[in-house]
Design a protein around this ligand. Structure first.
Ligand code: PMP
Length: 306
């Protein structure tokens, strides 16, 4: 995906020109993957631009930093304010935000006490997995790469290093001509997509894999579980073996970037009718309805840019 760089970025406490947000080549994070980050979307709403679940995302940023004992030099409120500031500075409405905290320059070695540098970027972004995928769906494959075992790298942290695994899964899928790859956990059971959680539909109920399946506890996943339960749609969190990908009535991926992307086939086998199904459509309506007012914002998830 090509990216059109915006003019401004927030870096270490202030808005600066995009090109000036640089770091030294000896920064810890570049060598050891020691960064934590978030992906957040803002949407145009009838009450102006809003950042979706801004506080929940940045809470997860702090949780990821806590897992890695990374001292955060700013408060949650300051990072939230930085997100709003960078949207405003670039005149954005529908955008993707990327808060990032990383071990910078200072000392040498794995346990070096480096300073934590923090940046927040935001730019215009459409559908992550390609034009038209939200309507038509994608063809997915099960990756030959597994997710890391739970006692190796914590999947519950959204850390830069985790995305070496994601890159292997996503790159293999694209090379083989698929829209996205799905990974199994080290148990052999289903985990998640390269950068998305999974929902399978059986008999009108949503089934999703549990956090013990080496996945990131997605905020979109939580959003959909909440919206479904509120609408009386059963939601079941459970271990799921691979072959159920081939047997479910409907299948979709979800994430901040991917939003709700239907999956029309897995490993060459059609999912259900081979077209996005009715519950997938319903979940898209409920989700996107949050931004045009069709779905009431009962939980204060829309945090207005102001
Ligand atoms: N799993 C992985 C590995 C991800 O990178 C993402 C995207 N952040 C997700 C799941 C979905 O999480 P969320 O809905 O919070 O964006």
């Amino acid at each position: 995906m090509t990216m059109q760089y915006p003019d401004w970025i927030w870096h270490n406490g202030r808005i600066k020109p995009w090109a000036e947000a640089t770091t030294h080549v000896m920064s810890h994070a570049l060598h050891y993957g020691s960064s934590v980050f978030e992906g957040i979307r803002s949407y145009e709403t009838p009450n102006g631009p809003a950042i979706f679940r801004l506080t929940d995302h940045n809470r997860r940023l702090f949780a990821s930093a806590k897992i890695y004992e990374m001292a955060m030099p700013y408060s949650l409120e300051q990072i939230n304010a930085a997100c709003r500031e960078v949207i405003k500075a670039n005149g954005l409405t529908r955008a993707y935000l990327r808060p990032l905290a990383y071990r910078g320059l200072g000392g040498f070695g794995l346990s070096a006490e480096t300073p934590t540098d923090v940046a927040v970027a935001a730019w215009k972004m459409g559908a992550y997995l390609g034009d038209g995928v939200l309507e038509e769906g994608i063809d997915a494959c099960v990756s030959s790469w597994q997710r890391f075992a739970p006692n190796t790298i914590p999947a519950g942290a959204k850390a830069g290093g985790n995305y070496l695994s994601g890159q292997l899964v996503a790159r293999e899928a694209r090379r083989l001509g698929f829209g996205e790859g799905i990974a199994l956990a080290s148990t052999g059971l289903l985990s998640e997509g390269a950068g998305e959680n999974l929902f399978l539909v059986f008999d009108g109920a949503l089934h999703t894999t549990p956090v013990s399946a080496a996945l990131l506890n997605g905020i979109t996943r939580n959003t959909l579980m909440t919206l479904a339960r509120d609408a009386g749609i059963p939601v079941i969190e459970r271990d799921i073996p691979r072959e159920y990908l081939y047997l479910c009535d409907e299948l979709f991926m979800c994430g901040t970037a991917a939003e709700i992307t239907p999956i029309r086939s897995v490993d060459g086998r059609p999912v259900g009718t081979g077209k996005p199904g009715p519950l997938t459509r319903r979940m898209q309506e409920l989700f996107f309805g949050l931004f045009d007012g069709r779905t009431p914002d009962r939980y204060g998830w829309l945090e207005y840019v102001g």
